[in-house]
Structure formats: C-alpha cells, structure tokens
Design a protein around this ligand. Structure first.
Ligand code: HEC
Length: 118
C-alpha cells in the first residue's frame, strides 16, 4: 500500500512540474516577433546587445526589470532603442504588456540560444 501511495505522489509531483514548465514554443514565438530583429535569431546581438552569456545568466527579476523597465542588473538605464515593454507593450500581440508567464517563456527560450553569429 505504501508503495502505491509513493508512486501516486511521484506521479502527481511530475504532473505539477510539467504544468509550471516553461513553454519554449511560446517563448520562441514571442522572441521571434518582438526581440529577434534587434538581438538576433541566436541571441547574438545586432542593434541590441548580445543576450547570450550575460543577460541569459541574470536572475529572472533582473531580466524582467530590463524588459519591462529598461534597467540593467545594476539599475542603470538601458540605451535606446530597447523598448520599455512595460510601457509600450509588445509588438505582437500588439500593445500587450508581457506578464510573468510571457517573460518566463522568453527567458527560458533565450537560455536555449547559442549566441552564434549569422
Ligand atoms: C528596437 C530594438 C530592440 C528590441 C526590439 C529589443 N531590444 Fe533588448 N536591447 C536593445 C538594445 C539597443 C539594448 C542595449 C541597451 C544598452 O546597452 O544600454 C538592449 C538590451 C537588452 C537587455 C539587457 C542586456 C544587457 O546585457 O544589458 C535585455 C535583457 C534585453 N534587451 C531583452 C530584450 C527582449 C527579451 C526583447 C523582446 C521582448 C528585446 N530586448 C527587444 C534593443 C532592442
């Protein structure tokens, strides 16, 4: 009986873990539509800074602050044209201020990027 219970608990645990797992597809969609033109398809940078290697290692709260409020991990203002997504909202879906789920998804997606040029 104990064993059955243990298995049930493990299964439940697995299900919950899945439910909060980041949605990389959603993250990719958001990244492609809103970030790629400046930060590159591989997060390698362009108009915008390279995202892989530095910002991809930030705490989520710092990342969120950068995207919403245009402040880096030391509280310095980021240069234009990095949009203040907390103010202007996304390009697609247009005008939507990204919520924590959106940001977590984009953040998780950026962590999978190679940072390679081209
Ligand atoms: C119009 C161009 C543009 C778009 C679109 C854009 N960014 Fe940026 N981003 C920049 C620029 C330029 C900087 C560098 C600012 C600086 O150095 O002060 C930057 C900086 C950042 C930083 C801080 C990097 C660091 O190491 O300091 C993060 C994080 C970031 N962008 C994430 C995003 C995300 C996520 C998106 C999409 C939701 C996005 N950006 C869309 C131009 C853009």
């Amino acid at each position: 009986m104990k064993r059955v219970l243990l298995i049930a608990v493990c299964l439940l645990g697995g299900l919950t873990a899945n439910a909060v797992a980041h949605d990389l597809d959603a993250g990719k969609t958001l990244y492609t539509a809103n970030c790629q033109k400046c930060h590159g398809a591989n997060g390698q940078g362009g108009v915008g800074k390279k995202l892989v290697g530095d910002a991809s290692k930030w705490e989520f709260t710092a990342f969120k602050n950068a995207v919403l409020n245009g402040l880096d991990d030391e509280g310095h203002k980021l240069k234009q044209p990095m949009p203040l997504f907390g103010k202007v909202g996304l390009t697609d879906p247009k005008g939507k201020v990204p919520d924590d789920t959106d940001l977590q998804n984009v953040y998780a997606y950026i962590k999978t990027l190679s940072g390679k040029k081209g």
